[in-house]
Design a protein around this ligand. Structure first.
Ligand SMILES: [Zn+2]
Length: 799
């Protein structure tokens, strides 16, 4: 890029003298004289800072099993992972019993006295049904030496039905076990406060274990600081992504952990995702404060049969453990009462240069306002020097939207192209090996940005573009302050610092000092934005690559003034081809990265193409269907499903809307059954006492009032009140996970005395023994979901 520095056409400009003659206008705020070498050095510095910022949010090296006893060792914790992730252990299964027994035995071995809370939990299910489960939580207390309050460390020990749950949530379970060991090891000082280790059941089904602890366990009635540990993938940093409200004091505590990785933006992003964790039932109660942490990269294994010990990155486990142990020690020794109440406010926090920077959220609007003022001041000063005008700056602002939108469209188009080439990607948030694709998206975004810049600067000039770009950042800072306040810092601070650097550059002499001041401003933007972009990719996946692409553009807008000296002055003769060179290099890099990504990430037996299939048998009609959630079914799934049909009415456990469906042979399977134990009528009200049983080994048993039938006034299931209506259709429905073999004890109070139609659906896992099912070849896998391999049998009974 610097090969043409000596070309005579702009030799005068190249040495900087032309721009600084007292007679000519000082074009040197965003357009310091052309100094390709200086600019290249500045860009290398920024690239290094970006790399350091990203390295700073990576997990630490795992410590071996021989690590000192008072430390957290991923090597030791991984032994638990291997045991827990040995087999699928969905709630209510014998395998879940074995995992629970292992947890109890391990805690007992540490001198603790774990108990099993046997209860019924109630919560909204994944499809909006009234979710319930028979749960068995493991609870162990390490009593404090002179307790000022209670800390709850929580993880769930159940897995989703097709997954081994080594990461989700073998990671959290093993983290808790290794923390319990470290805190009880010989010579360990007893913490001041009580520490409760809570291993919940039925998180995957309905968060019912956590709900049962909160609603029924004596320790769940005490004010507590709750720390939840999760995994939504197999690798990456353990990100603290969710807090209770009024988090300022807890963020202070979290900032003292060895590797704090979190941003107040994550809280906002998490609200946009539909995931829930055990933390949710706690958040609903004011007596709890807390933090929720998960590692989220490697999401292709999430809930899939590949969530096995072998896929776990032990650095992620070490990250979980280092922070969990540090939090247990710090909170365990603190004067807890102030931390058991929400702080006066939330904190804004984010990783910056190895620290977790934090300040009160009350400063969000003042900082956003300051950024707008600083940009206005810069425009005013630059205008006085004849470097820009208000219309030109406004044009720069409008033009800055072009790469922002183009990058978002391009990132989504790239993903659409990848899905078109590999349809199985359509079922994933991220491919199994996403790194090259991520570089591809960043390079593509860079190409768009540089192409846009090379074209726009000739028409508008660098200063209006730079001030317009900063104005866009500042306006977004205000918009975010209104809509997602935890994320406003991402744009408001780069705008503020960039504008101040611009003002500094207007006055700095000599030219090198201008570059230094502009680089310092861009450095702040880089250190703020680069780690967040790196976290965006795993959080939202390539399927939502637009988010990372857009923030890459925003970082680029803040850095562009440093790029400018690479280019010829706007008045110099045009060298279109050279002006296009940086963009062309970035485009070639993008194509190369994407191609390498496709080669590296092909389907194989270790990473098979994910497919989704279920089987639904209607005993009323004696017909059966194959059903898939794949919207455009791939080759393997197409053998079974050919049409689209809505099945939610017949099988209320299935999602709403059109599903891929095909005819299947009816299997000889018995339907669930409701027996009337008693039936009493009093006036217009009828009380039906039922025993609902499944005739086969099932994971869940569900029952629904007929569509349009609004007559269930109240329902009691296994002793708990559970009146629930499926909101989309205003239909009564309960899904009970892990039902007892002797069936469910159900009391329904009905309005009206006419016969009542009850739709019963039960569900088991595994399609292997069904007529017409052929096992998958090794390169075809099972998509990680709550409904993969579901076998549902339904019947209607009139009572
Ligand atoms: Zn989980």
């Amino acid at each position: 890029m610097s090969a043409d520095a000596a070309s005579p056409a702009d030799a005068a400009a190249a040495d900087g003298s032309a721009a600084e003659t007292p007679t000519g206008p000082d074009r040197s705020f965003a357009a310091p004289p052309r100094r390709p070498v200086v600019a290249a050095v500045a860009l290398v510095v920024l690239a290094l800072l970006a790399a350091l910022g990203i390295a700073d949010v990576q997990p630490p090296s795992p410590r071996p099993a021989s690590a000192p006893a008072d430390e957290f060792s991923a090597g030791r914790a991984f032994e638990h992972v291997q045991r827990i992730g040995q087999e699928v252990h969905v709630t209510g299964s014998p395998a879940a019993d074995r995992v629970r027994q292992y947890v109890v035995d391990t805690l007992t071995g540490y001198g603790l006295h774990p108990e099993v809370q046997d209860a019924v939990g109630v919560n909204a299910g994944k499809f909006g049904d009234g979710g319930m489960a028979h749960v068995r939580n493991v609870v162990a207390v390490l009593p404090g030496a002179s307790s000022t309050g209670q800390i709850v460390l929580m993880a769930h020990y159940d897995s989703v039905q097709v997954s081994y749950g080594a990461n989700d949530d073998g990671a959290g379970t093993s983290t808790l076990l290794e923390v319990a060991r470290a805190l009880t090891a010989g010579g360990a000082q007893r913490p001041r406060n009580d520490i409760v280790f809570l291993f919940t059941d039925a998180e995957e089904a309905c968060l019912c274990g956590a709900e049962a602890f909160v609603s029924q366990h004596p320790l769940g009635q005490k004010p507590s600081v709750v720390l939840n540990f999760e995994a939504r993938g197999s690798s990456g940093p353990a990100v603290m992504f969710q807090t209770s409200t009024g988090n300022a004091d807890l963020i202070d505590v979290y900032a003292h952990t060895p590797h704090p990785v979190g941003t107040s933006l994550a809280v906002e992003v998490y609200r946009l995702l539909s995931n829930d964790t055990d933390f949710t039932p706690f958040l609903a109660q004011t007596r709890f404060t807390g933090l929720n942490t998960a590692y989220i990269d490697g999401s292709s294994v999430y809930h899939s049969p590949f969530d096995r010990p072998s896929t776990m990155n032990r650095a992620s486990l070490q990250h979980h453990g280092d922070n969990a142990l540090a939090l247990a020690r710090e909170l365990g020794g603190a004067n807890l009462p102030p931390l058991l109440k929400p702080a006066a406010g939330d904190a804004v926090y984010f990783p910056f240069a190895g620290l977790l920077v934090r300040y009160p959220a009350a400063l969000t609007w003042p900082i956003a306002a300051l950024a707008l003022l600083a940009v206005a001041a810069l425009v005013y000063l630059a205008r006085r020097r004849g470097l820009t005008t208000i219309p030109r700056t406004l044009a720069g602002l409008g033009l800055a939207l072009v790469p922002l939108i183009a990058a978002a469209v391009a990132a989504q188009a790239l993903w659409a192209l990848l899905v078109a080439i590999r349809p199985g990607y359509g079922e994933l948030l991220d491919p199994a090996r996403p790194t090259w694709f991520r570089f591809g998206v960043v390079a593509l975004t860079t190409a768009i940005l540089l192409c846009w810049y090379a074209l726009s600067r000739r028409r508008l000039g660098p200063v209006p573009l730079a001030t317009g770009g900063l104005a866009l950042l500042a306006l977004l800072g205000a918009l975010f302050a209104a809509v997602i306040p935890g994320g406003s810092y991402l744009v408001a601070i780069p705008a503020l610092v960039g504008a101040l650097a611009g003002i500094g550059a207007l006055y700095a002499r000599p030219a090198l000092a201008k570059v230094a001041v502009l680089t310092a401003g861009a450095a702040v933007a880089t250190l703020i934005l680069a780690p967040t972009i790196a976290l965006f990719f795993p959080a939202l996946g390539l399927a939502t690559g637009a988010a990372a692409a857009m923030f890459t553009v925003l970082m680029g807008l803040a850095v562009l003034p440093v790029f400018e000296p690479l280019y010829r002055p706007p008045l110099a003769p045009r060298h279109r081809r050279l002006g296009a060179a940086p963009a062309a290099v970035a485009l070639v890099a993008s194509l190369a990265c994407t191609t390498v990504g496709m080669v590296v990430d092909d389907w194989d037996t270790g990473h098979p193409e994910p497919t989704h299939l279920m089987y639904a048998l209607d005993r009323d009609t004696g017909t059966a269907e194959w059903v898939s959630l794949e919207q455009s079914p791939g080759e393997w799934t197409s053998q079974y499903v050919r049409n689209h049909q809505a099945l939610n009415r017949q099988f209320p456990v299935l999602p709403d809307g059109m599903l891929s469906v095909g005819p299947a042979r009816a299997a000889d399977l018995p339907a669930p059954e409701a027996k009337i134990v008693s039936d009493e009528t009093s006036g217009d009200q009828r009380t039906l006492h039922l025993r609902i049983t499944s005739q086969r080994q099932v994971r869940f048993l569900s029952f629904y009032g007929e569509v349009g039938d609004h007559r269930v006034i109240s329902a009691t299931v296994e002793g708990r009140t559970a009146t629930t209506y499926v909101t989309e259709q205003d239909r009564f429905g309960i899904i009970f996970h892990g039902p007892p073999t002797e069936g469910l004890d159900v009391t329904l109070v009905l309005k009206g005395t006419a016969p009542f139609k009850l739709r019963l659906v039960d569900g088991s896992d595994g399609l292997t023994n069904l007529p017409g099912f052929t096992p998958r070849p090794p390169t075809v896998g099972v998509f990680g979901s709550h409904s993969s391999e579901l076998l549902a049998v339904a019947v209607t009974q009139t009572l």
